[in-house]
Design a protein around this ligand. Structure first.
Ligand code: CTP
Length: 406
């Protein structure tokens, strides 16, 4: 799979640097040729000798080395690769990348490259969750940097949580996925419309009705479709997520705004409604803040919101060829979802159990059933990114089989 692929690995200064040695071997097993830059911090954990013994090449360390520059300038080093893989990506390296710093060979190569960059973050849980790191992660995503992990679990520092380097086989799989998608763009020439996140329905200028949707699953699906070459429009309710790379993102607040944005984005070949649209809105939104007046609490009269999914299914000659809904249920998941697919008129429905015990709503993972008129498949629980990739692959396969049948 990775035959003839050239990977420039940038090894940052974290304890997980030792895993980069294993990663070099596993990438080579798949046929990749690997070159490596070791940062000064990285060389506190592993030696240039172990790196170069494995890569069979020089281990590049110094920006101002005359001999290195004479043999292989840093610009050439950064461009003579098909992919730059930063592993482990420390908080410091990510901050350098987000701010465009070029203070050593690693950060200079990352700034000078014209090739795709993948980062595998690894750090203490507090460092990972720090707002500064999260800001930098958001910036890097916007810059189109692909992120693998981190995963949850025990860490070398003794703490437990998010921040562990993704397992080596998962990184190898992500690298393979990247090259597969880069080579095959089965959705090129198609337009995909995705809705995501909650909607907020105003009660008055300071209060609103909302729900727990994080938007993660919809964002991941939009990104996965874009990676397969689809021109992708994401219509998103309020979330804390950065707009996915390569996706046109339209931010809206209410269900009615979402409906207008979706219809404005047509025609589309594919529509996937992942948003947790508020079913109801307040009949008449107060124009001023509702005050306590010492009497009984005000009662809110609710009216039903437009059903965006059903509206897309009934859009006449503008109906996308493949319309997919989501059914978030807490009971009788498959039965309710099967009925919902028929009622809404969509082609497929992705059902999931969002009862609080599953931790799905707002969480990292998802476990779904893909229901069509003909079948119901139970997919294994996986990260929302993996579910998204699997769904995007299924969509591509659906169009391919339709084309083959014509
Ligand atoms: N949906 C939509 N517009 C709405 C309500 C739902 O587009 N006003 C879409 C969702 O994005 C999802 C699907 O319809 O793809 C099912 O959403 P869900 O909330 O599960 O269904 P409801 O129709 O709201 O049914 P209920 O809440 O009664 O289960």
């Amino acid at each position: 799979m990775l035959e003839n692929k050239r990977i420039l690995m940038i090894i940052g200064g974290g304890i997980a640097a030792y895993k980069s040695l294993e990663l070099i071997r596993r990438l080579q097993d798949k046929g990749a040729s690997v070159r490596a830059i070791l940062t000064e911090g990285g060389s506190q954990f592993i030696t240039p000798l172990s790196v170069s013994s494995l890569t069979g090449d020089k281990c590049y360390t110094d920006l101002f080395s005359l001999t290195d520059e004479a043999e292989m300038g840093h610009i050439r080093l950064s461009r003579e690769a098909d992919l730059l893989l930063v592993c482990p990506a420390t908080a410091d390296l990510m901050a350098s990348m987000a701010h465009g710093l070029a203070r050593d060979l690693a950060s200079t190569a990352l700034l000078a490259t014209d090739k795709p960059v993948m980062i595998c973050p690894s750090m203490n849980v507090q460092m990972w969750q720090h707002p500064a790191t999260q800001r930098n992660v958001g910036t890097l995503r916007k810059d189109g940097i692909i992120q693998i992990g981190p995963e949850d679990g025990d860490m070398a520092c003794g703490e437990v949580g998010s921040g562990r380097l993704a397992e080596v086989p998962n990184i190898v799989a992500a690298v393979e996925d990247f090259f597969r998608a880069a080579e095959a763009q089965p959705l090129a020439g198609r337009h995909a419309l995705v809705t995501a996140g909650p909607t907020w329905e105003a009660i008055d200028p300071v209060r609103y009705i909302a729900n727990h949707s994080s938007g993660r699953q919809g964002y991941a699906i939009a990104e996965a479709l874009a990676r397969l070459g689809a021109r992708t429009t994401l219509v998103s309710g309020p979330t804390n997520l950065a707009a996915p790379a390569g996706v046109e993102t339209i931010n809206i607040t209410s269900a009615r705004d979402m409906e207008a944005a979706c219809h404005g984005a047509l025609p589309a070949d594919i529509a996937i409604c992942v948003a947790a649209v508020a079913d109801w809105r307040v009949d008449s939104e107060a124009q001023s803040k509702v005050k306590k007046d010492g009497g009984a609490p005000p009662s809110l009269t609710l009216v039903e919101n437009p059903d965006i999914l059903a509206g897309l299914c009934n859009a006449g000659n503008k109906r996308p060829a493949l319309v997919i809904g989501f059914a978030a249920e807490t009971d009788n998941v498959v039965d309710y979802a099967t009925a919902k697919r028929k009622r809404k008129g969509c082609d497929w429905i992705v059902a999931n159990d969002v009862s609080p015990a599953t931790g799905i709503m707002g969480g990292e993972n998802n476990r779904v059933h893909l229901i069509s008129e003909q079948s119901c498949e139970d997919w294994a629980e996986g990260a929302k990114d993996d579910v998204a990739r699997q769904l995007a692959d299924r969509i591509a396969a659906h169009f391919e089989s339709q084309e083959a049948a014509q």
